[in-house]
Design a protein around this ligand. Structure first.
Ligand SMILES: C[S@@+](CC[C@H](N)C(=O)[O-])C[C@H]1O[C@@H](n2cnc3c(N)ncnc32)[C@H](O)[C@@H]1O
Length: 381
C-alpha cells in the first residue's frame, strides 16, 4: 500500500482484499484503501498479475475530457519536441498506463499493451486526432504483454492512411520508421539523442555499429565525418531499409554485415581487427529477473570483445535496454569486463532515455535505457 500511496500506479493481485462482483475485465474501477478511503480510479484485469493500473487519484470521470486534459499537459511538457519526431505518450511515465504513442513527422503510431487501454482506445484516438491533426494513425498493438492480458493483436491504419515506411528527419539525417513490419513502433526513438552525441567523436574514425537496426548510430557517425562504418545486424528487412536510407542520405562509406553479433565480435577479436569507435545496442537480453544472470553474461561477452577490438584510446558506446538490469549491475558488469581485458574505462558520458520517454523516479519500471560513452585505455598506459 505504501508503494501505491507514494505514486506507483500498479496494484497486484495479492494487494486486493475484495472486488465487487459486477466488475468485468477491462472495466474502470474505484479503488479504496483498508479504511475505505478513496485512493483513485484505474482499469481492472483478472488475467493479469497487475490487477489494476491507476489512471487518476481524484474522483473524476474517465471520459474524453479526462484524456484531453492529460494530453494537453503532456504536450505542454514536451513542447520543445512538438514539431519533430518523438515519443508523445510513454505509458505509465506519462500517466496513461498501457499506451505508447510515437510521432514520426506528422504521423502517429500507437501501441496498446493492456485490455483496459484497448477499451479506452477509441476515446484516446479521438483526442489525438483533435489535438494533433495527424496525417494518419497506425496501430501496432502486437506486444507479448497484450497476449498475456488475453487480448488479440490489432494492426493497421486506424485513422486515414499512410506509407509503410514513414520518412522523418532528425538533425539533418533522413530516416524511415518501418511502421508496418519493423520492430517496436518502427524506429528506436529512444537512442536518437545518444546517437547524436556520438557524432562529435566520429571525425576520420573507423567504426563498428553492432546491433544496428535502422543505422541510427551508423548514420550519425557518418554525418560526423567517420571514414567507414560496418553495421552488424541480422534483420534482413532492417538491412534492406538501411541500404535505402544510406542512398537517400548519400552515405557511401559503409558495409552491412548480416551475421550474429556474438560470432562476428569473436571473429574480429581472433583476427586482431582494430576500430576507433564501437557501438553496442543489443536487444533486451533480460525480460525478467529470472534470466538476469544470463543476460549479464551476454552483456559481458559483447562488451569485453568490444574493448579488445578497440585501439588504445578508442571509444566504446554501450547500452542496455533491459529494464530489470539496474544501472549498478550494468556498471558492475562493465568493470568486470574491463578488469579481465586490462583496460581503463574513462567515462565521457553516462545517460539513458531522453526526457520524452518520461521517467518517474518513484516508478522503477518507467526507466529502462542505460547508455555510456567511454574512452577505453590500456591499463598500463
Ligand atoms: C535495440 S535494437 C538496435 C537499435 C539501433 N541501434 C538503433 O539505435 O536504432 C537491437 C537490434 O539487434 C538486432 N539483433 C538481435 N540479436 C542479434 C544478433 N545476435 N546479432 C545481430 N543483430 C541482432 C535486432 O534485429 C535489432 O535490430
Amino acid at each position: 500500500m505504501k508503494r501505491i500511496l507514494s505514486g506507483h500506479p500498479w496494484i497486484y493481485d495479492n494487494e486486493i482484499k475484495s472486488v465487487s462482483p459486477d466488475v468485468n475485465d477491462g472495466d474502470i474501477v474505484d479503488i479504496f484503501d483498508w479504511r475505505n478511503k478513496f485512493v483513485g480510479k484505474g482499469y481492472f484485469n483478472s488475467k493479469s498479475r497487475i490487477r489494476i493500473r491507476i489512471l487518476t487519484r481524484t474522483d473524476t470521470e474517465i471520459d474524453r475530457s479526462f484524456f484531453e486534459a492529460k494530453l494537453r499537459g503532456i504536450l505542454r511538457r514536451k513542447r520543445e519536441y512538438r514539431n519533430g519526431s518523438f515519443r508523445l505518450i510513454h505509458s505509465e511515465g506519462d500517466g496513461i498506463p498501457g499506451l505508447i504513442v510515437d510521432k514520426y513527422s506528422n504521423f502517429l503510431v500507437i501501441q496498446v499493451n493492456t485490455l483496459g487501454m484497448m477499451k479506452l482506445k477509441p476515446m484516446v484516438v479521438d483526442v489525438l486526432v483533435d489535438l494533433l491533426n495527424p496525417r494518419g494513425i497506425y496501430e501496432k498493438s502486437d506486444s507479448s504483454s497484450l497476449k498475456k492480458e488475453g487480448v488479440k493483436e490489432e494492426k493497421g491504419w486506424i485513422y486515414l492512411d499512410g506509407p509503410s515506411l514513414i520518412p522523418f528527419e532528425y538533425e539533418g539525417i533522413k530516416f524511415f520508421a518501418d511502421v508496418e513490419k519493423g520492430q517496436k513502433t518502427g524506429f528506436f526513438l529512444d537512442q536518437r539523442e545518444n546517437a547524436l552525441m556520438l557524432r562529435k567523436y566520429a571525425e576520420s574514425k573507423r567504426c563498428l555499429d553492432v546491433f544496428s537496426y535502422h543505422a541510427n548510430f551508423a548514420m550519425n557517425i557518418l554525418k560526423g565525418g567517420a571514414i567507414h562504418v560496418e553495421l552488424v545486424e541480422t534483420s534482413k528487412r532492417a538491412n534492406d531499409n538501411v541500404e535505402l536510407m544510406m542512398k537517400i542520405n548519400n552515405f557511401k562509406n559503409f558495409k552491412i554485415i548480416d551475421e550474429n553479433a556474438f560470432d562476428y565480435l569473436r571473429k574480429l577479436d581472433r583476427e586482431k581487427e582494430k576500430y576507433d569507435i564501437v557501438v553496442l545496442d543489443p536487444p533486451a537480453f533480460a525480460k525478467s529477473n529470472s534470466n538476469k544472470e544470463d543476460a549479464l553474461r551476454g552483456y559481458k561477452e559483447i562488451n569485453l570483445r568490444a574493448m579488445k577490438i578497440l585501439r588504445n584510446g578508442g571509444i566504446l558506446a554501450t547500452s542496455s535496454c533491459s529494464q530489470v538490469v539496474k544501472r549498478e549491475e550494468f556498471e558492475g558488469m562493465l568493470k568486470s569486463a574491463a578488469k579481465d581485458v586490462k583496460k581503463k574505462l574513462i567515462l565521457l558520458h553516462r545517460g539513458g532515455q531522453p526526457p520524452d520517454h518520461t521517467i518517474l523516479l518513484n516508478v522503477d519500471e518507467t526507466e529502462y535505457l542505460k547508455f555510456y560513452i567511454f574512452k577505453v585505455v590500456d591499463l598500463g598506459f
